[in-house]
Design a protein around this ligand. Structure first.
Ligand code: SAM
Length: 275
């Protein structure tokens, strides 16, 4: 690759709060000679705010193949290109994969400018196990396919992350409830970084009922997080163990009640005792 070849910058942009555009992202947007944007009209205010002067060309799921050829020509001519999507990190449930792949295959340097991503922002504030997680993006729109996908995930031990829109949040939560059970811990992270940001955490049954009952909780953009199977099962077992221990404790000495509750429910005896 020639020394004067351009670089493809993959630039994360805010998911709501415009102050989340990093100084480095701003510099890269200002310095690029071409901006490939998912929707140029949508991104115009952000680009104006960043002081970006370069031409913006649309790059979305319907034209990515052809536009990638154009973008690669620009890189070959020595121009730097910034790839952005409507919000957050490009390629994460957004276009850009084909362009990045083509640019790398053609030998160009591709550099990320990291920043906002709804899934990671939600995970960081949800309070669910975050050492291992699975990003599932959007579930299928059709009910049968959605239920099948959720069924496949029912025994997944890692924390599950889903993107969801206002059109389907109620249906998806109902399907998750059916697939994972009412007791599974879950979090709905809505409108992150925006005025009506809400993070609701509860067992799935309760959470689904709460969102269904409140039209305000059905507005905006959502990340739904569901605890992995093993942890949720362990929590449910412990909760049941504590419930049974409480009942037996009314009639029996603590050690005997704990022993019996552990035998009945499978919950660890020592953790019942701590109650
Ligand atoms: N590339 C983006 C990212 O890095 O998060 C995601 C783009 S995807 C097309 C849009 C979806 O992301 C929304 O339907 C919603 O599920 C989620 N999302 C985006 N912004 C959000 C926000 N502020 N709060 C909650 N979820 C959000």
């Amino acid at each position: 690759m020639a020394d004067n070849a351009g670089r493809l910058w993959v630039v994360a942009t805010p998911i709501g709060n415009l102050d989340d555009l990093s100084p480095r992202a701003r510099d890269v947007l200002r310095g690029a000679s071409l901006i490939a944007a998912e929707d140029t009209r949508h991104s115009a205010p952000l680009l104006a705010q960043a002081g970006a002067k370069a031409r913006a060309v649309p790059l979305h799921e319907h034209n990515e193949q052809e536009q990638s050829v154009r973008v690669i020509e620009h890189l070959r001519d020595g121009g730097d290109v910034a790839l952005i999507s409507d919000a957050g990190t490009p390629l994460v449930s957004d276009p850009g994969y084909r362009l990045v792949r083509a640019a790398r295959a053609a030998g160009f340097v591709v550099s990320p400018v990291p920043g906002p991503c709804a899934a990671i922002a939600a995970l960081s504030a949800a309070g669910l196990p975050s050492d291992r997680f699975v990003f599932e993006g959007f579930l299928p729109a059709k009910a049968a396919a959605r239920r099948e996908r959720l069924g496949e995930l029912a025994a997944e031990p890692r924390t599950l992350l889903f993107y969801e829109s206002s059109h389907r949040i109620v249906e998806s939560l109902a399907d998750m409830r059916a697939a994972f059970g009412d007791a599974r811990e879950a979090v709905v992270a809505r409108e992150l970084t925006k005025l009506f940001e809400t993070i609701l955490a509860a067992p799935l049954g309760e959470l689904a009922a709460r969102v269904e009952a409140d039209p305000n909780q059905q507005r905006g953009e959502f990340v739904v997080l569901v605890a992995g199977a093993a942890e949720a099962d362990a929590d449910a077992t412990l909760a049941e163990g504590r419930r049974v221990f409480g009942l037996l404790r009314e009639e029996l000495p603590p050690a005997r009640a704990a022993k019996l509750a552990a035998a009945i429910t499978g919950a660890p005896r020592r953790q019942l005792y701590e109650v």
